[in-house]
Design a protein around this ligand. Sequence first.
Ligand code: FAD
Length: 388
Amino acid sequence: MEKSTSRQSRKKVVAVVGGGLVGALNACFFAKRGFDVELFESREDIRRAKIVKGRSINLALSHRGRQALKHVGLEEKIVAKGIPMHARMIHSLNGKQSPIPYGRKGQYILSVDRANLNKELLTAAETYPNTKMNFDHKLQDWNAETGLMTFARLDGSKEQVKTDLIVGCDGAFSAVRKQFLRRSRFDYSQTYIPHGYMELTMLPINGEFAMKPNYLHIWPRNTFMMIALPNLDKTFTCTLFMPFEDFEKITTGDEVIEFFQKYFPDTIPLIGADTLQRDYFRLPAQAMVSVKCNPYHIGDACVLMGDAAHAVVPFYGQGMNAGFEDCIVFDEIMDQFNEDFSAVLPEYTRVRVPDDHAIADLAMYNYIEMRAHVNSKWFLFRKYVDNI
Ligand code: FAD
C-alpha cells in the first residue's frame, strides 16, 4: 500500500524516523513550527509495552540537553523527575570516598530515567494535533531519488510512504543512513571499542539509597571502571565498563565475587553477593560504537540527527545531550533560512558536523587515554574524574 502524506496543506509533511530520545524531541520541534509530522518507530509504543528494551537505564542530562527541552516547554517536567548529581564520588580501592564537584556551588547534572524521558517526549509530541505517531513501523529502505520509504510491520505487511522531508533519528545503526552510504562523497567511519558495558542494580537498603544519592559514583580501576547513577525508586544503576576479553574470563558465580572482591570490594555488601552473581550473567556485555559521517543531509530531502549522525562512546556522557542540541541548532537555522529546506540542510551540515565530530573525538580521546596510561594511576584518576 502506498500513501502519500504530502498533503495539500500550507505546511509541508515531515517524517521523523525513530521515536527514541532525539526523534521524539525532534517531532515536538517540527510540530511546534506547524509542520505535519509523521513519526515512525520500529518498536511498539513503549508507553504500553511491558518490557522496554533500550540502552542504558538512566543517563546524565546536562545543560545542552536541558536547553533543548526548554525550547519545547519540557525542561521543568523532566528536571522534576531527575536526581541532581552535584559531584562525582570517587571510590578508592581501600573504600575511601572523595567528592569532586562538577562546578561551582549549586551546579549539577541530573540523573534521568531513559524510559521515562522517552515516554514523556512521545506524549509531548502527541499533544500536537499536527503529529501522527506510527509505531510498529520499521524503515526497511527508502529511495533517495523519489523519497519513497518502505516500512515493515510486525504482521508482515509493508507500507510505502512519501513525505517532503525525512529526518533520520533512528540511532547508531540507522536505516536512513544506509542510502547515504550508496552515494559518492559521503564520508563514513565506524569504530567498535574493545570495551563492553554491563548494568547491575544496587537495591535500596532498609528503604533508603544504599549510597549517597546526589553523586555520580565512580570506581576508577585502570582498564576497568564502574559508575553508578541514582534512580527515583532509590536504586542505583551501576555500569561496569571493561574489555570484552575480561568479561569473558569470568564464567562462574564464584569468579564474579572474586573479581568484585579484588576491584570493587565496597560494592559487594551494597549490591549483595547473590544479586551480583545472578545479575552478572543476566545479559551479555553490550558493545559500544563510535560513528562519524559527513554530510548529514541529502539535497533538500533528508537529514540525520542524534546517534544516526554521530554515535559517540559514552565516556563524556554527551551522546543524548549532543543529539538534543542538534534539534536546537537545526531549529535556529530554520529561522535563519525561513524554513527553506534547500538552504537549511546544507547549512546544518556545515555548522553541526565539526561540533559533533569534536564531541566524538573528545569521547574517544578520553577512552584511548584511559587505556594508554594504564600504569599511571594518578593520571588515570584525573582523566576519569575530569570528564565524567
Ligand atoms: P536511540 O536512542 O538509539 O533511538 C533510536 C530510535 O530509533 C529507537 O527508538 C529505535 O527503536 C528506532 N529505530 C531504529 N531503527 C529503526 C528503523 N529502521 N525504523 C524505525 N525506527 C527505528 N548520553 C548522554 O547524553 N548522557 C549519558 O549519560 C549517556 N549515557 C550513556 C550510557 C551508555 C551505556 C550508552 C550506550 C549511551 C549513553 N548515552 C548517554 C548516549 C545516548 O544513549 C544516545 O546518544 C541516545 O540514546 C541517542 O538518541 P537517539 O534518539 O539518537 O537514538
